[in-house]
Design a protein around this ligand. Structure first.
Ligand SMILES: *Cc1c(COP(=O)(O)O)cnc(C)c1O
Length: 368
């Protein structure tokens, strides 16, 4: 049996007629940048997140960068961000001229820990970026309070957390803004790059929109120098189609995660994911910690099962951050995770039999 880590064509084929019709209608409209399809998607997505506004941008990295710009974060400022994440949530801080200050993550939930955050706040701290990693909701209430007490902006990186919930409220609606990615393999994926920023703050939404559109809301308005970062109509049309299927797809991911939990329970050599209390984990990734991780990965590969490592190296130890001179004892959890994590295939188009097979092969590797 073959189990690939992604299968984007399977998803396309499951909704082919709807996607094809949406693409054709954009081609027929002659409106490829902006227009009703894009603003329609922004409205639909804001509604699905329970926020007042959504600003579509070119990708989530731009969304994070532009959010910092729109909030006036720059040289001399510090921004706290998790040590354990994709590099976007750190590199954008340097790109606006501020300093990324890494905080280690919780050993059970893999999201930033409030205790670590608290120790990193200084007089220079201007903002905090939290990441709802793998689809897991950050325990965000104490962080919202911390930010309020210290006058810090809170940005949620929701690139892996479409429809993730905490206490019935969607990720992307707790902080000043939430930043989503529509990279093709994300839970809601475009047919190219795409992203958006959700917020309840109309001033911020307009300012961000100007930042993404050469400093103006209108074509020939340039209140300041901005840049160009937009979601095109073709992407928005496909995303509008897929958004309707996302609740069903999310349920399927959650069901497969449960199947993994049930069938892998009791194997002493692995640690299964923990789920934050009162939350909906949307399982962008199903990540285990495994003894002999690299051997297990190679063994599964031989059995036709693709796995990935998110991430092979924690951010403070990447060459890009060598100048910060971080050591492993400063980030013990991240240092441990980079040696033990393994992401198993999880997407709605898999079959229950394929999940069975993955579990069976993991059991056989450990002789169980
Ligand atoms: C994918 C991802 C991003 C970047 O998204 P792009 O749309 O590719 O720029 C940012 N943060 C996290 C946590 C991600 O997983």
């Amino acid at each position: 049996m073959k189990v690939t880590f992604f299968d984007l064509t399977a998803q396309y084929h499951s909704i082919k007629s709807e996607v094809d019709a949406a693409i054709t209608s954009v081609l027929e409209s002659g409106s490829f940048i902006g227009g009703n399809v894009v603003s329609g998607f922004e409205k639909n997505f804001a509604l699905s997140c329970g926020t007042k506004h959504c600003v579509a941008v070119g990708n989530a990295t731009d969304g994070l960068f532009l959010s910092l710009k729109a909030l006036g974060v720059g040289p001399g400022d510090e921004v706290i961000t998790p040590a354990w994440s994709w590099i976007s949530s750190a590199e954008v801080i340097s790109q606006v001229g501020a300093k990324p200050v890494f905080a280690d993550v919780d050993p059970h939930f893999y999201t930033v820990s409030i205790k670590e955050l608290q120790t990193k706040v200084t007089v220079k701290t201007k903002a905090v970026i939290v990441v709802h990693l793998y689809g897991q909701a950050v325990d965000i209430r104490p962080i919202v309070s911390l930010c309020k007490e210290n006058g810090l902006f809170l940005i949620e990186d929701c690139a892996q957390a479409h429809f993730t919930e905490l206490e019935g409220q969607k990720a992307g609606s707790f902080g000043r803004c939430g930043v989503f990615s529509f990279y093709p393999t994300k839970n809601l994926g475009a047919i190219g790059d795409g992203g958006c920023v959700t917020t309840n703050d109309v001033e911020f939404a307009n300012h961000l929109r100007r930042w993404a559109n050469h400093g103006g809301l209108e074509k020939d308005e340039h209140l300041f120098e901005g840049t160009n970062s937009r979601l095109d109509a073709l992407q928005a049309a496909v995303l509008n189609v897929k958004l309707k299927h996302l609740p069903r797809w999310t349920n399927q991911r959650v069901a497969y995660a449960q199947q993994y939990q049930d069938q892998l329970a009791g194997i002493a050599e692995i640690v299964l994911p923990s789920i934050q209390a009162k939350s909906v984990h949307t399982f962008h990734q199903f990540v285990i910690q495994a003894n002999q991780r690299d051997n297990l990965k190679a063994y599964l590969e031989k059995q036709g099962i693709q796995t990935l490592i998110h991430y092979p190296k924690a951010l403070p130890f990447e060459p890009a951050y060598k100048h910060l001179k971080h050591t492993e004892d400063q980030f013990p959890v991240s240092a441990r995770l980079q040696k033990s994590v393994l992401s198993l295939p999880i997407y709605p188009e898999l079959s229950a039999e394929q999940i069975d097979y993955v579990c069976e092969m993991i059991r056989s590797f450990y002789g169980r």
